[in-house]
Design a protein around this ligand. Structure first.
Ligand code: OOG
Ligand code: MG
Length: 257
């Protein structure tokens, strides 16, 4: 049997991102399963690398129940981050580049050297050099932000842009820090880092394990986004967005008017 057209699906998703125009879901009609969906994601990201972008990290998705419930998908997923997706802290994003952007508060890790495959993972403090509050801007390439598990994996887990706040040394506990998402100074979402797999440190174990299944190794110097602590909120023109994570500080961005 001939499998799904990996390159063709990646081209459709890449075109949707380039033109900031939504497309319909693809997985059901093309018979895309989870493994084939990660192959599409690889081809989709490769398309960016061929244009000169660089891989700078990995992001986890649906690591919190709030996000799983919001999106109707109940498995942890991972995607890739490139240098072009990074927005400086306090920077402005042009909404014309996106279809229906949403923002969510996250915790970022700056990775240290990780063990070779097959070697045991040392302590979290060995694997992570620093932590920071972050904002992820997600933008599903599917109409109405509606997708199945393989659809969202193929679409690089809706990755579009991200902001990382100031790095701090790894604190003793990361498992129950208060998280706020503010829009124009008003609280839009409230949560805790406990929402991220019980402890965001667990997201790193999952990321190493799940990406490793597809031959992807996390690299020293990469940014790792552990997943949103709350549901995501639509990003409107002119909005000022701030993520606040207890002990870690803030990250912010502005949407151009
Ligand atoms: C998928 C990406 C989810 C997170 O932090 O849970 C994600 C989506 O919601 O579109 O990035
Ligand atoms: Mg996210």
């Amino acid at each position: 049997m001939i499998g799904p057209d990996i390159a063709g699906i990646a081209e459709k998703l890449g075109g949707a991102a380039d033109n900031a125009t939504a497309i319909g879901q693809l997985a059901a009609e093309t018979g895309l399963d989870v493994d084939a969906a990660y192959a599409v994601q690889t081809a989709l990201v490769q398309r960016r690398l061929e244009r000169g972008e660089r891989l700078v990290g990995l992001k986890m998705g649906l690591t919190s129940k709030a996000k799983m419930a919001q999106m109707g998908v109940d498995e942890v997923i991972w995607g890739r981050l490139t240098d072009l997706m990074r927005v400086p802290d306090g920077g402005t994003v042009d909404l014309g580049a996106f279809i229906h952007p949403r923002v969510e508060p996250e915790v970022a890790f700056l990775l240290d050297r990780l063990p070779e495959p097959g070697e045991p993972l040392g302590s979290f403090a060995d694997a992570v050099r620093a932590v920071a509050p972050a904002i992820e801007l997600i933008d599903s390439r599917y109409a109405n932000f509606a997708f199945s598990l393989p659809d969202v994996i193929a679409d690089n887990t809706s990755a579009a842009a991200f902001v990382v706040g100031a790095w701090s040394p790894v604190p003793d506990g990361l498992d129950n820090l208060g998280v706020l998402l503010e829009i124009d100074g008003r609280v839009a979402q409230v949560g805790s880092t406990a929402a991220i797999l019980g402890d965001p440190r667990r997201a790193l174990d999952e990321g190493i394990r799940l990406a490793g299944r597809h031959g992807v190794r996390l690299r020293e110097g990469w940014v790792f986004l552990a997943g949103a602590a709350t549901a995501a909120v639509p990003l409107r023109p002119g909005a000022h967005v701030r993520a606040v994570v207890e002990k870690l500080g803030t990250a912010s961005l502005r949407a151009a008017a």
